[in-house]
Design a protein around this ligand. Structure first.
Ligand SMILES: [Zn+2]
Ligand SMILES: [Zn+2]
Length: 254
């Protein structure tokens, strides 16, 4: 499995793009950045998008991708997957023919460019040889993280945005090889992190201590660039091996 980090930022600035992780060129986890990072050829290869929650920094790439598919490949189809409240928000608040055209109905008569698909917590979906399972996480709005298992049983868990959550770690069945986890804020604003459903380096350490098995690798995502320096030194002080901040544009092999 090759995971390309299109964006892993908790705020938008030049060179800091919102959350989007491209798996083997065709499955996307979150859609914070697509058309602002990928060229047309690579945009048209995306076949499935798994959304963790409906916050704009995780869905804003969808409408612009659909628009580019209409020009670049009218036959192109993309399946969007998530839990029902997220699908509802995408349909009613984003692709509502007011904020943006409803690409679940375009082009008319030919089958639509976007197809919205509902997932259930804990129920596996098999796609392109991968098994993908959504698990509820604790955020300000309904949200899931995704467990992605390769045919050789390598496991990635991408948390999306999450605050402290005991239940998620109890439900995930087996050892995770690679964990991508939210650290949005530094320790000094822990109260704000908890209130908004995010983690700090200190809260991250507590989450890791709740897991039965320590993941082989831990990557930190969704950091606010304004706090990058502070968070970097706080993470260093945790002295956890195989833990580091993700960088936009890098690729990880699993
Ligand atoms: Zn969020
Ligand atoms: Zn976010």
């Amino acid at each position: 499995m090759k995971i390309k980090v299109l964006g892993c930022s908790g705020a938008e600035f030049p060179k800091h793009h919102f959350s989007s992780f491209l798996i083997d060129g065709k499955i996307l986890l979150d859609a914070g950045s697509i058309a602002d990072v990928l060229d047309e050829k690579d945009q048209l290869k995306i076949k499935s998008i798994f959304i963790t929650h409906a916050h704009l920094d995780h869905i804003k790439g969808i409408p612009f991708l659909a628009d580019n598919i209409l020009i670049g490949n009218k036959q192109g189809r993309v399946d969007i997957f998530s839990i029902p409240p997220v699908i509802k928000a995408i349909k009613e608040d984003l692709l509502n023919d007011v904020v943006w055209p409803d690409f679940t109905k375009i082009p008319r008569g030919l089958g639509s460019i976007l197809r919205l698909n509902k997932l259930k917590h804990g129920e596996p979906l098999r796609i392109d040889g991968y098994c993908i399972i959504p698990f509820k996480v604790n955020h300000a709005v309904p949200a899931v993280g995704y467990l992605i298992e390769t045919p050789t049983k390598r496991r990635l868990f991408y948390s999306g945005d999450t605050g402290p959550t005991g239940e998620t770690w109890k439900k995930i069945p087996a050892k995770i090889d690679c964990l991508i986890l939210d650290v949005t804020f530094p320790d000094k604003v822990e109260g704000e992190a908890i209130r908004t459903g995010h983690l700090t380096p200190g809260l991250l350490r507590m989450e890791l201590s709740k897991m039965k098995n320590m993941p082989e690798r831990v990557y930190v995502t969704h950091t606010k660039p304004q706090y990058l320096k502070t968070i970097t030194s706080e993470l260093k002080r945790l002295r956890i091996n195989h833990l580091r901040l993700l960088k936009g544009g890098e690729s990880i092999e699993l």
